[in-house]
Ligand binder design. Structure first.
Ligand code: ZN
Length: 88
């Protein structure tokens, strides 16, 4: 079991959280036509990097989204920040 820290509720069991997306991923401008391939890449392709990663997670208990920074190799949690403070 891993412990994640919700910026609003504090440390909690990882089973209370849901992965949303990699941080910094820019949604394509849907006002302009984009190809099916580009839209699929936006929805389903992930960088899946090793090491320090920044991800958006939801704490399902309180429903808040936040930025979680962790090491994807060691699984160490490096920090969590409310999205409104992280500028995401
Ligand atoms: Zn919470």
């Amino acid at each position: 079991m891993q412990i994640f820290t919700c910026p609003f509720c504090g440390p909690r069991d990882e089973r209370e959280f849901h992965f949303i997306a990699e941080a910094g991923k820019t949604r394509p401008d849907t006002l302009n036509q984009i190809s099916d391939e580009d839209w699929a890449a936006y929805l389903h392709s992930h960088r899946n990097e090793k090491g320090h990663v920044r991800e958006i997670w939801m704490h399902t208990t309180c429903g808040e989204l936040f930025l979680l920074e962790r090491d994807s190799v060691t699984m160490e949690v490096l920090g969590s920040t409310a999205l409104r403070e992280a500028g995401q």
